[in-house]
Write a protein that binds this ligand. Structure first.
Ligand SMILES: Cc1ncc(COP(=O)(O)O)c(C=O)c1O
Length: 376
């Protein structure tokens, strides 16, 4: 089988080449490369799509988190609660700003943060919960929002992997990922479900005051040119990237369906092989499958499986090979080996299969057969 990739950005581009080339050519002709018209158009369209009042474009998903944390004006020694089985971005920016990450456990089947573990992690210093919607489905936001309300905490949703996912609350409302807490942050890294041709990010909020502050921080702390109201950074979404993203946003619903189709295929094929536990779906959230991640039984040697698949031309990835609480940079927080057993177990046993918008039945069949052949 030729050309199996974890993501296939070039073939995705070829499907919409004319639209993308036209949109990018228009930016080049106008040569308004910084904060050009496409940045505002895309932000407006994205705000409509996700259902938020404000979208603040910025340079990447990590900056989005940094700007979000900065806008909250947290006291020194503030603590934020964050899952350890996670990408590093939220943890590093919070820690970089001087706040303490308090790592919590994840759910063994959905891989999302275990909201039932939040309350016991709260101290008088806790100010923020970072709800990461990992791999493409929403965390248990009813529980996150309830505990945040009870303890008067901010909720930042990290939507980098779950843009477009819809969460339906037990109260009856349905909202897209990133619009349930105080602030949502996302990334347009090329491999993301809505990805550009470089770096990009955005912040969502319904709060006018926070929006104004975050726009100001992202723009060197200025509302008026050369007048610095607060300490800021330079974090912009390029006009070329915005023009591309505006085109791709129109295709996002179809992209999500393609990912869901591939996930359903994997689910069905692998359902009868308990050694390859397929990802559980949170019944309250749609899953947009940024990743399709299996949990392997203890019987499976993950390295040997990866090698077997590689020999058959099937790429795989491990997201994430170590929980953050055991990474050298974060051992100062004081969580030792064994303190978050599910996060630790997941890091040892997960394996992500190729997942993108250009997958064919032939590819999916080939990958599934290659996986099960490992135990046959
Ligand atoms: C969950 C999560 N948060 C944040 C980020 C950071 O995004 P960026 O790479 O655009 O800074 C990523 C990117 O991989 C991510 O997966």
């Amino acid at each position: 089988m030729q050309n199996l990739q974890m993501v296939d950005l070039y073939n995705q581009y070829l499907q919409i080449k004319d639209e993308v080339d036209t949109a990018m050519q228009k930016v080049i002709e106008k040569s308004a490369f910084i904060n050009g018209y496409a940045v505002k158009d895309f932000a407006d369209n994205l705000a409509k799509y996700v259902g938020t009042k404000h979208v603040i474009p910025c340079a990447n998903g990590t900056d989005a988190l940094q700007i979000a944390f900065s806008a909250l004006d947290l006291p020194a020694h503030a603590e934020f609660i964050v899952p350890s089985f996670n990408y590093v971005a939220a943890v590093e920016v919070g820690a970089f700003l001087g706040y303490k990450p308090v790592f919590i456990e994840s759910e063994a089947d959905t891989y999302n943060l275990d909201a039932s573990k939040i309350e016991e992690a709260i101290t008088p210093h806790t100010k923020v919960i970072v709800a990461v919607h990992l791999f493409g489905q929403c965390a248990d936001m009813d529980a996150v929002l309830a505990v945040a309300k009870k303890h008067n905490l901010y909720v930042i949703e990290d939507v980098a992997q779950a843009i477009g996912a819809v969460y339906t609350s037990k109260e009856g409302w349905a909202k897209r990922a990133g619009t349930m807490g105080h602030i949502g942050t996302t990334s347009f890294f090329p491999s993301k479900n809505l990805g550009c041709m470089g770096d990009g990010g955005a912040i969502f909020t319904d709060d006018d005051a926070l929006a104004g502050k975050m726009r100001c921080i992202a723009n060197h702390g200025q509302e008026v040119k050369y007048t610095y109201k607060m300490i800021g950074i330079n974090s912009r979404l390029d006009t070329l990237q915005a023009a591309l993203l505006d085109v791709k946003l129109k295709h996002l619903p179809a992209y999500i369906e393609k990912r869901q189709y591939a996930a359903n295929y994997y689910d069905k094929f692998l359902a009868s092989y308990p050694d390859f536990q397929t990802p559980a779906r949170n019944p309250q959230s749609t899953h947009v499958f940024h990743q399709y991640t299996l949990k392997l039984s203890e019987k499976i040697d993950r390295t040997a499986l990866q090698k077997h698949l590689q020999e058959k031309g099937v790429p795989t990835m491990i997201y994430y090979p170590s929980p953050l609480h055991l990474q050298e940079a974060y051992t100062y927080v004081g969580k030792v080996q064994g303190s978050l057993p599910i996060a630790e177990h997941l890091s040892k046993n997960v394996l992500s299969l190729p997942m993108h918008t250009e997958m064919t039945d032939e590819m999916l069949k080939y990958i599934c057969e290659a996986v099960v052949r490992f135990i046959k």
